[in-house]
Design a protein around this ligand. Structure first.
Ligand code: GUN
Length: 291
């Protein structure tokens, strides 16, 4: 079994980005600039956004963090988005999700300029992904594709089962894996909460991508011997023996599943850190006006 080291791979990618930024700056080109809007004080969102800002420093990007109160109106947020859309110094930006309940998330996503939508959430960018046109691929699926590539996990003609159909991970992941490209060319089955006999599907899988958001959901009896398993879950499970009062657990029951597989990502330290590297890559593309 090979343990896929997302932390190491992410840092390698970030080093490559940092080199490119140095090069750009030495040529007198613009320093890439990522902005993030954080509305409210959800602890997990705060942690994610802080990591994204820190990563910008590491690779030599400029970053701007816009913090807004939880009671911010939808109108105020739309005004801020308009400001970022027209600020030429900002190459790309994200609005951290989830947003407070009184704000219409879809309306917000659709107000982001597609050319600055480095999360790849805007319908224009999702459409471009489906049509195999240059686009920003949302960060988590893009990070997973990088991991498969770096670990040379074969995909062509393989059967990939994606569990979960969220807009952020499951749906774009299923599209990427089915694409007629080197990384892809899989037969893809997209499973979700209404799938009947889930185990019958997962047992056929050469690659399982678990993105259902339920702790320890994928158990050893659901996995074929020698499969590659990618765990997207980051679930906080109460644990009073830890200083924080919780531990992070994936969607895969790691202890038992790891004994059967050829490759597996740990939680933490697997897919999570890759999300950040992918976001930086998208921002670099934005600053070079590649999309
Ligand atoms: N919330 C969870 N994942 C993400 C992400 O990749 N981007 C944004 N904007 N919000 C998220």
């Amino acid at each position: 079994m090979i343990l896929i080291d997302g932390k190491k791979t992410s840092l390698e990618l970030q080093e490559e980005i940092a080199k490119e930024v140095k090069q750009l700056i030495s040529e007198g080109k613009k320093q890439p600039h990522l902005a993030a809007i954080l509305v409210g004080d959800d602890p997990a969102s705060q942690t994610y956004v802080t990591s994204k800002v820190k990563a910008c420093d590491r690779v030599g990007f400029k970053s701007t963090l816009v913090k807004m109160e939880a009671y911010t109106s939808e109108q105020k947020l739309l005004e801020k988005i308009k400001e970022l859309n027209s600020n030429d110094d900002i190459d790309g930006y994200i609005v951290q999700l989830p947003l407070p309940k009184h704000i219409n998330e879809q309306k917000i996503i659709e107000s982001i300029s597609p050319s600055k939508d480095v999360d790849g959430f805007h319908p224009v960018n999702v459409g471009r992904l489906v049509l195999n046109l240059p686009t920003y691929v949302s960060a988590t699926p893009y990070g997973i594709v990088h991991l498969l590539e770096r670990y040379q996990i074969p995909t062509e003609g393989k059967h990939c089962v994606v569990i979960g159909r969220s807009h952020i991970v499951g749906s774009p992941m299923s599209i990427l894996m089915a694409k007629n490209t080197n990384l892809g060319n899989c037969t893809v089955t997209l499973c979700h909460s209404k799938t009947k006999n889930l185990k019958e599907h997962t047992l056929q899988a050469d690659i399982i991508i678990a993105a259902i958001g339920r702790p320890n959901f994928v158990t050893a009896d659901m996995v074929k011997q020698g499969a590659a398993v990618i765990d997207v879950g980051i679930n906080r499970v109460e644990d009073n023996t830890t200083p924080k009062g919780y531990q992070l657990v994936g969607d895969v029951k790691f202890d038992e599943v790891s004994k059967k597989v050829s490759y597996i990502t740990p939680v933490p330290g697997g897919v999570g850190p890759m999300t950040i590297a992918s976001l930086l890559q998208n921002t670099l593309k934005a600053s070079k006006k590649e999309i």
